[in-house]
Design a protein around this ligand. Sequence first.
Ligand SMILES: C[S@@+](CC[C@H](N)C(=O)[O-])C[C@H]1O[C@@H](n2cnc3c(N)ncnc32)[C@H](O)[C@@H]1O
Length: 275
Amino acid sequence: MSHTGTETVGEEIPPSGVDASIPHSARVYDWWLGGKDNFAADRAMGAALIQAIPTLRTMAKENRSFVHRVARYLVGEAGVRQFLDIGTGIPTRPNLHEVAQAVAPETRVVYVDNDPIVLAHARALMISTEQGRSEYIHADLREPEKILADPRLTGTLDLDRPVALTLIAVLMLLRDSDDPAGRLRTLMEALPSGSYLAITHPTGDFNPAEMDAAVAAATQGHMTLVPRTRAEVERFFDGWELVDPGVVPVMAWRPESEPEDPHAAYYWAGLARKP
Ligand SMILES: C[S@@+](CC[C@H](N)C(=O)[O-])C[C@H]1O[C@@H](n2cnc3c(N)ncnc32)[C@H](O)[C@@H]1O
C-alpha cells in the first residue's frame, strides 16, 4: 500500500478482516496524515471530506499535536504514569507511549481500537521502553466492561492508581443512540481519584456550513460523523474538574506558541481530573 492521491497504486491487498471496499475512519485519518495504510474507498471518502472542509489535513495534525501536548502535561506536570487510550488509530509516530515514555520511561499505556487494520499494525504500538509497558486490546468503546475486564488491561494497569483515559477524536464516531456518555461513565467510574480524562471532539460551532457539508459527505459514504457543541463536550466531563483552560479550541489548549487563528481546527479539546 503506497499512495499519495485518491488513485489506486498497484494491487492493494487488505490484511485479513479488513473490508477495503467501505471507508473507515482510521484509514481516512491515516490518509490525511500522510500514512500508507488506506485504500481507494478511504481516499475517496477522505477527499470528499476535504472538499467539505479544505483544512481537514491541518485539523488532523493539530489533533495529533494535542495528543503530544496533553501526554507531556500529564506525565511531566500531573505525574501520571498510566494511560488508557481508546480509539488509538493506526500507529503514527510519535505514538502516545513514545511521547509519555520520553518524559517518564516507566509509563504504561494500554491502547484500544476496534478496527482490524489497527490490530494488524498493533506490534508497532507495543514497542515499549524496558522500564515501561504498552499493550494493545482489539475491542469496542461501546463495550467498556469488556475493556476493563481484559487481562491485558488488568495485567498492565493498576486501577488503584491514577490513569489518564484518552478519547482523542473518537467520540464523534458514536451516535447518541450508542450512548457515548454512558459508556464513558462506566470507564470513568472504574478509575480512582486523581485520574484524568482527555477528549478532543469535532464541532460545527466554528464553521457550521463546512461541518454540515462534512456530515453530508460522511453520511453518503456510510460513515458516522457526529459533531458536538461545546456544551455537549463539556457534559462528557461532568463531575470531574476541568484543568485550565477548560474546553477550548484544540489549538488553544496549552499551545507551545499562540496560534494565529485558534478556530482554524474545528475541534473542542479538554482535560479534567477526577476529584
Ligand atoms: C480519527 S481516528 C483517531 C486516532 C487517534 N486517537 C488520534 O486522534 O490521532 C479514530 C479511531 O477510533 C477508532 N474507533 C472508531 N470507533 C470505535 C469504537 N467504537 N471502539 C474503539 N475504537 C473505535 C477507529 O478505528 C480509529 O482508529
